[in-house]
Design a protein around this ligand. Structure first.
Ligand code: CP
Length: 309
């Protein structure tokens, strides 16, 4: 049984084992194989902030494994009457076996994990972390490149407030990837995160220009400039639309280079990239199902069989 609040909750060996489990669970995620490993278990999907992929892929993962789901959102519940996060989580402790929580406040997942007995999976806490997204990102990179060691991964966009890149960068350097961080000056990766990444021994470069990075990248990970995280709308207006990847930009990219995005996108990847062999963001979104299946099993202490058929 275990919480997943940040990537520090998993060793490299555990990450690899979860990715291996995810691989075997793909036919179950697609509904081709029936494997009710979580029959009788209940997942509480606690979403205090909007989500399409994370909430729905958790729900699909749980249902494909024979479990059931309680869906919570801050609209239509007693949160609107002033109920605290602590009290809300006390209820969930009695109603469910495990909870995925998304919250606009950084630290809310750890607070919830400290408040309850059931395992908590952080489904995104403000500008903090998004470790289940990182697991599906690593799975997607491994699918295309086989390994992470020695890859040049270019992270682009809102690196200041972007929880996906905070979690992912941390995991990538642990596996020997080199990072290039591309953002406008106001959205640079926080200094303490950059220092932590460099302390792991990997190369970490920072720049404001995307174009010069494209041709030597193995992975380009685009992110949205998140309007909702800006304290000042004028500051958002200065950087909105600053990075736009177009299919013509990819003409000299490495053959195996992949373009990823946690989604939703606004205008940072032109739809004309979608039909390119480089585009992996929709497969990446599907990969949320097998990886979240594997994470649910791990946190509930259920072993994924070595052969799934
Ligand atoms: N990638 C991601 O977290 O998407 P949602 O916000 O739709 O869950």
């Amino acid at each position: 049984m275990g919480d997943l609040v940040t990537m520090d909750d998993l060793t490299n060996e555990e990450i690899v084992a979860i990715l291996d489990d995810s691989e075997r669970l793909v036919p179950v995620a697609r509904g081709v194989v029936n494997l009710p490993l979580l029959e009788g278990k209940v997942l509480a999907n606690m979403f205090f902030e909007n989500s399409t992929r994370t909430r729905m892929s958790f729900e699909t993962a749980m249902k494909r494994l024979g479990g059931s789901v309680l869906n919570f959102s801050s609209v239509g519940t007693s949160v609107s009457k002033g109920e605290t996060l602590y009290d809300t989580m006390q209820m969930i402790d009695g109603y469910a076996d495990i909870a995925a929580i998304r919250h606009p406040r950084q630290g809310a997942a750890q607070y919830s994990a400290d408040a309850v007995e059931i395992p908590i999976l952080n489904a995104g806490d403000g500008a903090g972390n998004h470790p289940t997204q990182t697991m599906l990102d690593l799975f997607t990179i491994r699918q295309s490149h086989g390994d992470l060691d020695g890859l040049n991964v270019v992270l682009v966009g809102d690196l200041r407030y972007g929880r996906t890149v905070h979690s992912l960068s941390h995991a990538l350097v642990r596996f020997g990837a080199s990072l290039t961080l591309v953002s406008p000056g106001t959205l640079r990766m926080p200094k303490e995160i950059v220092a932590d990444l460099r302390s792991q021994g990997s190369e970490v470069a920072e720049t404001e220009s995307l174009q010069e990075q494209i041709n030597h990248a193995d992975v380009i990970y685009m992110t949205r400039i998140q309007k909702e995280r800006f304290p000042d709308e004028d500051e958002y207006a200065k950087v909105a639309g600053i990075f736009k990847l177009n299919s013509s930009d990819l003409s000299a990219a490495k053959k195996g280079m992949i373009v990823m995005h946690p989604l939703p996108r606004v205008d940072e990847i032109d739809p004309n990239v979608d039909s390119s062999d480089h585009a992996k963001y929709f497969e990446q979104a599907f990969n949320g199902v097998p990886t979240r299946m594997a994470l649910l099993c791990r946190s509930l202490g259920v072993e994924v069989p070595k052969e799934v058929k």
